[in-house]
Write a protein that binds this ligand. Structure first.
Ligand SMILES: Cc1ncc(COP(=O)(O)O)c(C=O)c1O
Length: 526
């Protein structure tokens, strides 16, 4: 049984304890937070529609007309006129045959991934995918190959090794914590070449990128190559709930197979009507998206002027300031609050160990002067917390080096030709789906812990993701590498890149929550 008090103490000691903060009044560019007025710089209400008068009014009218609750699940009595109306509008917006409403983006990802893969299949998932995709992978009981972030070479290697067992590639379109965009054209090409489906989560793409705010997929011109788009109503569309956009056959299948849709109450009519009004505003006023992108560019340039290294795709509204150290990120967050700016500190396991950050998000409703002042306030806050903005880049690089030391992808093929893919990063973001035959991770004892991925002294950037498997005599490591070596010789896995690894010592204890420690056993983010 979990010792709750001890666990909470441990989290406090590690600087990883979390709590909720209280916003009084509606969401807007400025809010009253825990009783104090602040500029809100960490909300996903990107287009400022959550408190837009037309959206509020639509939700209030819907409450009067259809009531507050749907009263049942979609397949029983919960599908109402307003649901059908929004589904039709979302399908048209996404240029797809069909759209299906889900209770939330979390439920949609869990429901889609688990419906499209099953035991014996392999799901290919970017290492920085959202927790709801990770949980969908787990629920599917498929084997999961986690490819290094945005690394299509690593992905292709995995697709090859899966030998036809691949079911789908799944990726965030815009990554929620880094603000960068998935390499969608390459993913489409690989999905087609290896005959697997492609699912893209547009939670942070809808309303922020692409023509008319239609997302990262439309921005990349990849609509035809993506089988399922998952979008949320809870971010740019200012409401709550989510949708899946796909073809008619897929929609029919999900209605029959997606447990998160079938076994959960349909979205509430006021939330659905609010999203419908927000969608109308997005379609009628695409310059909101332009304003958002201009604001994102402005904040990035003001932060750069203040000395911060600024990562992510320049057009997306998510701007990470990576501090590495969790305490430092939290201290800077508190110092920024003292200066009237709220930018939440994000720590493991939401982000990988050693990459704690302030995740800044801009809104179309921020003014230029608010963003300029915020950049200055953040620079002062970082300095007051003990780090100069221009030292962040160096720190981040060092943290990434440390993190590489604990990265290990695992590949267990003890099961007579049946490849089992695993991942064991030690940071709790992605882990094994237990195959019941040997590997148990995070939740239980590790039968054969993988050694550190990187050889001592190996240079940053040179290493490719490693696969490890146990051939009965011990661990063998194989690095995935580009298709050809420097001399143009094709890569030959047998010849080129395998080495036997001495047995690693068993971990001290199972179930220890220590997200900053190499090879720690860590629970995934809730
Ligand atoms: C990439 C991504 N997907 C899905 C979700 C979940 O969406 P929702 O908040 O609607 O459950 C989030 C939100 O946190 C997200 O960032």
């Amino acid at each position: 049984m979990i010792e709750i008090e001890a666990r909470l103490d441990e989290l406090e000691q590690l600087g990883l304890a979390r709590r909720t903060r209280l916003v009084s009044g509606p969401q807007g560019p400025r809010v009253v937070l825990d009783g104090k007025p602040v500029l809100l710089l960490c909300s996903n209400n990107y287009l400022g529609l959550a408190d837009h008068p037309a959206v509020r009014e639509a939700a209030a009218d819907a409450a009067m007309r259809w009531g507050v609750g749907a009263g049942g699940s979609r397949l029983v009595s919960g599908t109402m006129t307003i649901h059908q109306r929004l589904e039709a509008r979302l399908a048209a917006f996404e240029r797809r045959q069909a759209a299906l409403l889900f209770g939330s983006g979390y439920l949609a990802n869990v429901g889609v991934v688990s419906a499209l893969a099953r035991a014996g299949d392999v799901v290919f998932s970017d290492e920085l995918n959202h927790a709801s995709i990770v949980d969908g992978c787990r629920l599917s009981r498929a084997d999961v190959f986690i490819y290094e972030h945005g690394d299509v070479e690593h992905l292709e290697w995995g697709l090859r090794e899966a030998e036809g067992r691949g079911a789908l590639i799944v990726t965030d379109g815009v990554f929620s914590m880094d603000g960068d965009v998935a390499p969608l054209p390459e993913l489409v090409e690989l999905a087609q070449r290896y005959d697997v489906r492609l699912v893209v989560d547009e939670a942070h793409g809808t309303g922020t990128l692409g023509p008319g705010g239609r997302g990262a997929v439309a921005d990349a011109g990849c609509e035809d190559g993506v089988d399922v788009i998952v979008g949320t109503l809870g971010k740019a569309l200012g409401s709550y709930g989510a949708y899946v956009a796909c073809d008619q056959q897929m929609a029919r299948y999900l209605v029959n197979a997606s447990r998160a849709l079938i076994y959960s109450t349909a979205p509430a009519p006021p939330a659905v009507a609010g999203a419908l009004a927000a969608l109308s505003l997005l379609e009628e006023q695409p310059r909101r998206v332009e304003k958002l992108q201009a604001n994102a560019a402005l904040l990035r340039s003001e932060l750069a002027t203040a000395g911060f290294p600024v990562d992510g795709d320049a057009r997306t509204p998510i701007v990470p300031l990576v501090f590495g150290d969790a305490d430092l990120a939290v201290r800077t967050c508190e110092k920024a609050l003292e200066r009237g700016v709220f930018a939440q500190a994000i720590r493991p396991p939401t982000v990988p160990a050693g990459s704690s950050r302030l995740r800044l998000t801009v809104m179309a409703s921020h003014s230029k002067s608010e963003l300029r002042d915020a950049a200055r306030a953040l620079a002062q806050a970082a300095t007051a917390a003990g780090i100069r903005p221009d030292d962040l880049g160096r720190r981040h690089a060092a943290a990434q080096d440390a993190e590489q030391q604990i990265h290990a992808g695992r590949f267990d093929d003890r099961g007579a030709g049946e490849a089992q893919f695993h991942d064991r990063r030690g940071d709790g973001r992605h882990d094994d789906v237990d195959d019941g035959r040997g590997f148990r991770d995070f939740a239980g004892a590790v039968s054969a812990p993988p050694p550190p991925r990187a050889a001592a002294g190996a240079g940053r950037g040179r290493l490719r993701p490693a696969a490890l498997w146990d051939d009965g005599d011990g661990w063998i490591e194989q690095r995935s590498r580009p298709a050809a070596d420097a001399a143009g010789r094709p890569f030959d896995a047998e010849r080129d890149d395998r080495r036997r690894i001495p047995a690693a010592p068993a971990p001290a204890a199972a179930g220890v929550f220590d997200a900053e420690a190499p090879n720690a056993l860590v629970e995934h983010a809730a």
